[in-house]
Design a protein around this ligand. Structure first.
Ligand code: HPA
Length: 274
């Protein structure tokens, strides 16, 4: 199975090596709260995932997925529009295949965003949280199985998964734009059911500030591949175990969209600094 995976990655890599005019060092995953950033990219090439061998195809989202390559804030970037989640039924290896391929082609920096539930009771819906560290509670790891040493080490060090250099640059951008930024630990859960009040209490106890269902598999692969990572969560709702309110998906989406313009500006300013 793993050998088969290696072959799939190689086929996708070969395809993109020929299809892309260049491979940027900066790769952006346009998660919730960042889809607007896709509109700001002056795209030279747009390739639908269905044309790329072995890329997953989303059946649930409005965008089945596409790879954009072009210019943003004076820098060359690649961006994934269309995201995959463990709860959709994919393994975390499948979710991260596109990222693995781009890392092999030369991407060095990963910028990733998500929508998350706030566990830290100082947070408010609409806040932006710079991810300082993570906890993986998804019962899968994209590196499980045989390792390819030329892709990365068997036991990659995650002591600094979220680059201190990139966090500093992002905070500089935030200061310049007078945006207040939270910082904290993101915990990834499998989903798709949301947390119970008891689970929320547990997640706070183990040290998480925000909870969501994505990002961590991508970050593990990026670090394995030697990339620098910047992660930002849009706090869509805040879950207080002692006064638990229903989590309404419409509310989550509305808050994420409200934060989108701010996060887009921040990332554009951040990219200018790279
Ligand atoms: N829990 C898990 N994932 C989420 C939440 C939440 O409260 N809000 C947005 N994504």
């Amino acid at each position: 199975m793993a050998e088969n995976y290696f072959e799939k990655v190689e086929e996708a890599r070969q395809f993109l090596e020929e299809a892309l005019p260049f491979v940027p060092e900066i790769l952006i995953v346009l998660g919730t709260g960042l889809s607007g950033l896709g509109e700001r990219i002056k795209a030279e090439v747009v390739i639908p995932y269905r044309e790329i061998p072995h890329f997953p195809i989303s059946t649930v989202e409005s965008h089945a997925g596409e790879l954009l390559v072009g210019e943003l804030s004076g820098q060359r970037v690649a961006a994934f529009r269309g995201r995959f989640h463990y709860y959709e039924g994919y393994s975390t290896r499948e979710i991260t295949l596109p990222l693995r391929v781009m890392s092999l082609l030369g991407a060095r920096i990963l910028i990733v965003s998500n929508a998350a539930g706030g566990l830290n009771l100082e947070f408010r819906p609409g806040d932006l949280m710079l991810i300082r560290d993570h906890i993986n509670l998804i019962p899968d790891n994209p590196l499980r199985g045989p390792n390819r040493e030329d892709w990365g080490p068997r036991f990659p060090d995650l002591s600094q998964a979220y680059s201190a250099r990139l966090r500093k640059l992002f905070l500089e951008a935030a200061r310049e734009l007078e945006e207040e930024i939270r910082e904290g630990v993101y915990v990834a859960v499998p989903g798709p059911s949301l947390e119970t009040p008891a689970e929320t209490r547990f997640l706070r106890l183990i040290g998480a500030d925000a909870v969501g269902m994505s990002t961590v598999p991508e970050v593990i692969v990026a670090v394995h591949a030697g990339m620098e990572v910047l992660g930002v969560s849009v706090i869509a709702n805040v879950n207080d175990p002692d006064n638990f309110q229903p989590i309404l998906l419409e509310e989550v989406i509305a808050q994420a969209q409200a934060a989108e313009a701010r996060l887009t500006r921040l990332i554009e300013r951040f990219i200018e600094k790279l």
